[in-house]
Design a protein around this ligand. Structure first.
Ligand code: FAD
Length: 283
């Protein structure tokens, strides 16, 4: 099947985007890498749209070093995120996540902004930004507002973006010396979306754990995190997961199977965050 007819506008600047958004109203769809959007159009899951191509907007690209944080442009492609030495050094979780996303062809076009705006609950980068306590920069004609990643994902394929806004950047605090970051996932085949995955960060004595593929959004496992931070046993942290997760059943696995995998991943994550040698670490 092919997409039905769409309108298309190419923006060279953010002002162009806002103008095209005004013209298109509810039909407006930002076109970044097109890896999810074009597939949805071809399957006629979305029709009668006006595409706003942002690929030529320079200020949405690139990774900038801002003292204690990195500002990652929304148009940064997965492949460039994976190749960046700034990312490898200061946000190793993102560096580790890239090879887990789909296949090379998709990683060459897909962007971090597109992945976050798409809000697939099984997306690696969405869970990473929650685990990293990053901020999403939403830009509109009125200016910028920063949304904590933990409040950005509001439901299945739904976000806190308001009409007239696009994601312009993601702000990630740099890892502290000795900080450990790790992503683990269980998928049927390499390149598939994960059945369940877990992004973990240990900063000082505090651990942040964000699951993906375990609900409608990335989920911060706050009860398991509290148990670990309080020095409880690993068994107690695993037991606390039943208050954090209520995974769905679907063709990829039952809710019970997903809970089992979530517990397996938590045990592996704690071991890896504690040992360190092959874990992404800040120097
Ligand atoms: C076969 C296949 C397998 C995949 N496997 C995985 C996987 O394992 N893990 C994973 O995480 N992803 C996977 N993906 C998705 C892939 O990572 C996409 O690149 C990503 O989801 C969307 O990025 P994009 O830049 O292509 O966005 P697009 O497809 O261009 O846009 C996606 C959505 O986001 C909106 N949007 C895009 N950019 C912005 C912005 N800056 N501000 C506001 N809204 C915006 C669009 O309007 C659209 O609604 C897969 C995709 C395919 C086709």
């Amino acid at each position: 099947m092919k997409a039905s007819k769409v309108a298309y506008g190419r923006a060279e600047t953010l002002d162009d985007v806002f103008g095209l958004m005004d013209e298109a109203g509810e039909r407006a769809r930002i076109l970044a890498g097109g890896q999810s959007l074009v597939a949805a159009l071809n399957l006629r899951l979305d029709e009668d749209v006006a595409l706003i191509d942002i690929n030529r907007i320079q200020e949405l690209s690139g990774i900038a070093d801002r003292d204690d944080a990195l500002r990652i442009g929304a148009l940064t492609r997965h492949v460039d995120l994976g190749a960046s030495t700034l990312i490898a050094e200061h946000a190793p979780l993102l560096h580790q996540a890239v090879p887990l996303i789909a296949h090379a062809a998709i990683r060459c076009r897909g962007t971090i902004g597109g992945s976050l705006a798409n809000a697939d609950p099984a997306a690696e980068l969405a869970a990473c930004v929650v685990a990293l306590d990053a901020e999403i920069v939403a830009t509109s004609r009125a200016g910028e507002r920063r949304i904590p990643a933990s409040r950005f994902f509001t439901g299945l394929f739904d976000t806190a973006l308001r009409p007239g806004e696009l994601i312009s950047a993601i702000i990630v605090r740099k890892a502290e010396p000795g900080e450990r970051q790790r992503i683990l996932e269980l998928a049927r085949r390499s390149g598939d979306f994960a059945i369940v995955g877990l992004a973990g960060v240990r900063r000082g004595q505090s651990t942040r754990l964000a699951y993906f593929g375990a609900g409608d959004t990335p989920i911060l496992a706050t009860n398991a995190m509290k148990a670990l931070d309080a020095g409880a046993t690993l068994d107690a942290a695993v037991a606390a997961l039943s208050n954090d997760l209520d995974p769905p059943s679907d063709a990829n696995g039952s809710a019970r199977y997903r809970m089992h995998l979530a517990a397996v991943l938590l045990r592996r994550m704690v071991a890896e965050l504690s040992s360190g040698s092959h874990v992404g670490m800040a120097a």
